[in-house]
Ligand binder design. Structure first.
Ligand code: S3P
Length: 444
């Protein structure tokens, strides 16, 4: 659970100054969850290097341990080992499984548990997670025979899963969501025949890559890789997984480097999976000075170092199939848009309303308090550029990506910003505030 102290101290962020140096962002959150989950259902040991030691993956590990899976302690810089329990090895937990703030934990876990015949599981989470829609996973799983009950006709946690035999089928998902796709693929592993997932646009494909690496039989096709078929029957084998740095965490430094006068930042070891690199395309479209250095392949995922420095920016327009490829970066792109020449437009991004917070409303409110000129729409926003932001009293509203986006904005604002609930950053980037202080110091 994302534990926030009753009255934690707000953080004072000084405006002005610049940023310089090299930073290594922590491991990719999506890949970290999957390495733990797939390791748990494999046979033998999985050894994970670079696992993200943050609250969200800790929630996944805690749920797995509660079902008898041995996961070694998760500490920064230490490899993590998972002793695979096999596809049918989970014990029925003696208590409710707590997914904390993590939508990925809850949604993937639903897929993983739906087919554990004869066992009962209850999943819950913090206030944010209990308000997030789960029927998008429950409904396709029900098509496979799953039995999942919860508040709001099965839409909201706490959710009860009664394990059932599952049938392979073809499922069209209404939203391009890697969490939904991955839940179906995990359930498909124990179905009685092949399962095909057809997405409206491709979402991140880490599950497909890693399931294949663990030995699953999986084919990907269709226009834009939107059709994925998993055929059950293979035994998954424990693997050595190397988790690259999270491009969604790197995004804060990329935008900070691009908008902060005098800044020059290198972010090392960043995952560059094409289903995640929309942010780079938009920053290039804006004219940002970004270069990719040292491109390489690490354990089935493309990786590189990113160098960014300050320069003039043009407004951007984003919509359609690009949105799933940068969905988590939209809050910080809103900050970049304030510094660009022209009006930036974000469309087809209604998914942001059901993230850890309603990120369209929260960014419009919080960045607006700093002078951002934002017009909010049902599925996006327009942001007027060439706006001088000013320091203000703002709030992460418990959302990690909002906290870090506001910190980037505070750096270029006139005067100081007082950020309430900064500790939310620990959900995905526990060292963010230390890295920010270091990059500021190195610039002096
Ligand atoms: C994730 C998928 C995305 C993303 C989330 C992590 C994943 O959510 O926003 O932070 O690991 O599969 P959706 O699948 O709901 O788009």
């Amino acid at each position: 659970m994302a534990h926030f102290a009753a009255n934690p101290a707000p953080l004072r962020l000084t405006g002005g100054g610049t940023l310089a140096g090299t930073v290594q962002v922590p491991g990719d959150k999506s890949i970290s969850h999957r390495a733990l989950l797939f390791g748990a259902i494999a046979e033998g040991e999985t050894r994970i290097e670079g696992l993200l030691p943050a609250e969200d993956p800790l929630s996944t590990a805690a749920c797995l341990r509660a079902m008898g899976v041995e996961v070694s302690p998760i500490q920064a810089g230490q490899p993590v080992t998972v002793q695979g329990a096999g596809l049918d090895g989970f014990q029925e937990p003696g208590d409710v499984l707590d997914c904390g703030n993590s939508g990925t934990t809850m949604r993937l876990m639903l897929g993983l548990l739906a087919g554990r015949v004869g066992r009962h599981f209850v999943l819950t989470g913090d206030g944010s997670l209990r308000g997030r829609p789960m029927r998008r996973v429950g409904a396709p799983l029900a098509q496979m025979g799953a039995q999942i009950n919860g508040r709001g006709e099965g839409n909201f946690a706490p959710l009860a899963v009664q394990g059932q035999p599952l049938r392979g089928t073809t499922i069209h998902t209404p939203v391009a969501s890697a969490q939904v796709k991955s839940a179906i693929l995990l359930a498909a592993l124990t179905a009685d025949g092949p399962t095909t997932v057809i997405e409206p646009a491709q979402s991140r494909d880490h599950s497909e890559r890693m399931l294949r690496a663990f030995g699953a039989e999986l084919s990907v096709g269709g226009a834009g890789n939107t059709v994925v078929t998993l055929t059950p029957g293979q035994t998954l084998k424990g693997q050595a997984v190397v988790v690259p740095g999270d491009i969604s965490s790197a995004a804060f430094w990329l935008v900070a480097g691009a908008i902060t006068p005098g800044a020059e930042i290198t972010v090392q070891n960043v995952g560059l999976n094409p289903s995640r690199t929309g942010i780079l395309e938009v920053l290039e479209q804006m004219g940002a000075h970004i270069s990719v250095l040292n491109r390489r392949d690490v354990a089935g995922e493309p990786v590189g170092d990113l160098r960014v420095c300050h320069g003039p920016l043009q407004a951007f327009e984003i919509s359609g199939d690009l949105i799933p490829r940068l969905v988590d970066e939209i809050p910080v792109l809103a900050v970049a848009a304030c510094c660009a020449d022209g009006i930036s437009r974000i469309r087809d991004a209604e998914e942001l309303r059901v993230k850890e917070t309603d990120r369209l409303a929260v960014m419009a409110r919080q960045l607006g308090a700093m002078g951002g000129r934002i017009e909010e729409f049902a599925d996006g926003m327009t942001i007027s550029g060439c706006t001088e932001l000013h320091g203000a009293e703002v709030d992460s509203e418990t959302d990690h990506r909002v906290a870090m986006s506001l910190a980037v904005a505070a750096g270029i604002a006139q005067g100081d910003t007082l950020l309430h609930r900064p500790e939310a950053a620990a959900v995905s980037y526990p060292g963010f505030w230390d890295d920010l202080a270091r990059l500021k110091q190195q610039a002096n």
